[in-house]
Design a protein around this ligand. Structure first.
Ligand code: RIB
Ligand code: CA
Length: 314
């Protein structure tokens, strides 16, 4: 069976960890490599956490490339208040043995897209878009070689989570996000808070993972239980929204989701609404659609997909 080749760009981050484990557990994905960015916690920690996660999955051979330490223009904003000081609070962490690759993440993204057949690599973006924006600026030729950019980010109907109007990944690097959304790639799919807030890790759904007989299932359940602490206090929700794993789920089973092709831009100047992603849902601007903006998900089907793929891991 032909596998879908993906690069995961990430800032783990508890939900990133569940996304990466899900991808590594899938027999249908070839994880060509993982590029790391500063976001939830500084780069030194996100680069360490990715290797911890790969070793949890029994996959120390996956190439991990450290990338940008800060956004294109803005100072780095992190989210320890959600993910803890380590970025992976709630589960025991070990010192990873696997090394970082010498090659910078931006060079890895460019090289991979140039080496692989045109239109065969999907970019799964789980954090601020700094690495990809740098790659596009440095090597514009790669845009036409991307199969699809699938990114967790943005918010419109749901409101923001780091400010009233902005979602964290976009807010941290709004200039990178604007560069990516305007790059002209053949397919850009956004999984905003409008859809991830419907993919909540309720106790029953966490129980699906807790029931798995392996360590990965229970690690994911422990991580979701820790994420619960922050989100239920804030949202009073039926469990924490599970943001990043929706990217992997979309690549594997797009029919779980629905949305609309629309024009989306990014606020890059206003202090009040920096990082906001206004969505031209009714086509008022007349500007051509640049993203497939997803707003619904079959949440139970999503958690079944997580359990199925996590169940294959150690
Ligand atoms: O707003 C949610 C996003 O910000 C997720 O990717 C989470 O990991 C944080 O990076
Ligand atoms: Ca993330």
């Amino acid at each position: 069976m032909n596998k879908t080749a993906i690069i995961i760009d990430t800032d783990p981050g508890q939900d990133d960890a569940v996304a990466i484990l899900t991808a590594l557990g899938s027999s249908r994905l070839e994880v060509v490599g993982i590029s790391v960015v500063a976001g939830n916690v500084p780069l030194e920690l996100t680069a360490k956490n990715v290797r911890i996660i790969c070793e949890w999955a029994g996959r120390p051979e996956v190439p991990v490339h450290a990338g940008c330490e800060r956004p294109l223009l803005r100072p780095l904003v992190t989210a320890e208040h959600v993910h803890g000081k380590t970025g992976l609070d709630g589960v025991p962490l070990h010192e990873p043995a696997m090394p970082l690759q010498q090659e910078h993440a931006v060079d890895f993204i460019i090289r991979t897209l140039r080496e692989r057949e045109r239109g065969t690599v999907t970019l799964c973006m789980l954090g601020p878009l700094t690495n990809l924006a740098m790659a596009i600026v440095r090597a514009p030729d790669i845009v036409g070689r991307i199969r699809e950019i699938v990114l967790m980010g943005g918010a419109y109907f749901e409101g923001g989570n780091i400010t009233p109007s902005a979602e964290f990944n976009i807010y941290v690097d709004p200039h990178a996000a604007a560069t990516v959304l305007a790059c002209g790639a053949a397919a850009i799919t956004m999984l905003p808070l409008d859809v991830t807030h419907k993919a909540t890790a309720s106790l029953a759904r966490i129980g699906l993972l807790r029931a798995l007989p392996n360590r990965a299932g229970n690690l994911a359940a422990d991580i979701m239980t820790t994420l619960e602490r922050f989100d239920v206090q804030r949202y009073g929700a039926d469990g924490a929204p599970l943001h990043d794993p929706t990217v992997i789920a979309y690549v594997l089973q797009p029919e779980l989701f629905s949305g609309r092709k629309v024009y989306v831009a990014v606020e890059q100047n206003s202090e009040l609404t920096l990082g906001a992603t206004p969505v031209d849902w009714w086509g008022i601007t007349g500007k051509p659609a640049n993203v497939n903006y997803l707003t619904t998900v079959d949440s139970d089907g999503f958690f079944r997909l997580l359990a199925d793929n996590l169940s294959t891991l150690p």
